[in-house]
Design a protein around this ligand. Structure first.
Ligand code: ZN
Length: 339
């Protein structure tokens, strides 16, 4: 099969690799219907994170081709969506809704789903089957549920977005944009998007943003405070992962407000005095996307949400390198790879 490999920063190749097989009796093997490039793939691409001949990709939808002898709820032929953490969905941490911290978890990036086929560990816990074979136009949205929608949803939920609330979103990548969609679905009254790119501002408004702030950092946060009568937002999503973004998020929240942070943290440190002084609630980390998958698949299946709009460039798997380049240069919000 064909599989994407990052040999070193800025070098993406598509190689012939052996087809995956069932290793554990709880595994499934799927044939990918589509996969994509994640904003987090850009950290190693840009050399911020070490990389050496790493298989890539952790978002996936597809059809089950094989199952292990202990797989019970997933059948060959099912169309399935899974999260970027494989999880048993039965341990105490999973049952509490934190499947991304499952005691038996496997990160799908170590297996690589920018490929024609993939082995999915803990298939019963990890995968959710759709009600039937999806129409082609639903596939991008189902793929979005695998990570960016689920992550944006978790961020908005953790930030306690809800009826009557003002929500601010730091980060105008796919996760930030879909946190806007999530906050809208959760009934937020006002959604302030930080963005300085016209194409992303447009999508932000389509997803439900009511206000756009183009300034960043302390100045941007001060603008949110000014827009909210001097109080700050009730709920803030941090979907970048840098020091500046985290500070911007905390300073955009009102005293007692909630910040949901899902940007993969890179050298972020939060001063204790700031936490103490602001009285802001902070929670986040790798999103337990599996918690939300049944609800998200249902909303997509009934065509109530269209998160697949974040994919603004589609390329065949063999042209993955172009996809990475387009995202690195911010010419594309998110790249879908057809398999
Ligand atoms: Zn678990």
């Amino acid at each position: 099969m064909r599989q994407v490999v990052m040999t070193r920063p800025r070098e993406i190749v598509v190689e012939d690799r052996a087809d995956p097989t069932i290793v554990e009796p709880t595994d499934a093997v799927i044939r990918l219907a589509a996969t994509c490039v994640c904003g987090s793939d850009l950290w190693p691409y840009r050399g911020v994170q070490d990389v050496d001949h790493q298989v890539m990709g952790h978002e996936y939808v597809g059809v089950v081709e094989q199952i292990g002898t202990e797989v019970e709820t997933i059948a060959v032929g099912d169309f399935v969506v899974g999260s970027f953490w494989a999880s048993d969905n039965t341990c105490e941490i999973c049952r509490a809704g934190y499947q991304s911290h499952c005691v038996h978890r496997t990160i799908m990036g170590s297996i690589g789903t920018q490929s024609e086929r993939a082995r999915i560990p803990l298939a019963d816990g990890t995968l959710v089957a759709t009600p039937g074979q999806p129409d082609a136009d639903l596939i991008p949205s189902l793929l979005a549920a695998s990570d960016v929608l689920g992550t944006g949803w978790f961020a908005a939920d953790t930030a306690q977005a809800g009826p009557g609330k003002t929500v601010a979103v730091v980060g105008d990548g796919a996760v930030g944009l879909l946190a806007i969609l999530a906050a809208r679905r959760m009934g937020a009254a006002r959604i302030i998007a930080f963005s300085r790119h016209a194409d992303r501002q447009k999508l932000a408004r389509e997803f439900g943003a009511t206000d756009i702030v183009e300034t960043r950092g302390d100045e941007g946060a001060a603008e949110v405070v000014a827009l909210t009568g001097g109080l700050g937002a009730h709920s803030v999503v941090e979907a970048v992962g840098t020091q500046e973004a985290m500070m911007q998020a905390i300073h955009s929240a009102r005293p007692g407000g909630h910040v949901g942070f899902v940007g993969v943290s890179h050298d972020v440190s939060i001063p204790g005095e700031l936490l103490f002084g602001t009285g802001v609630h902070l929670a986040g980390g790798p999103a337990p996307v599996r918690r939300y998958l049944p609800e998200l698949i249902d909303l997509i299946w009934r065509r109530e949400i269209d998160p697949g709009k974040v994919f603004d460039l589609t390329l065949p798997l063999d042209r993955a390198a172009e996809g990475y380049r387009a995202m690195d240069e911010r010419r594309a919000i998110k790249v879908l790879l057809t398999v």
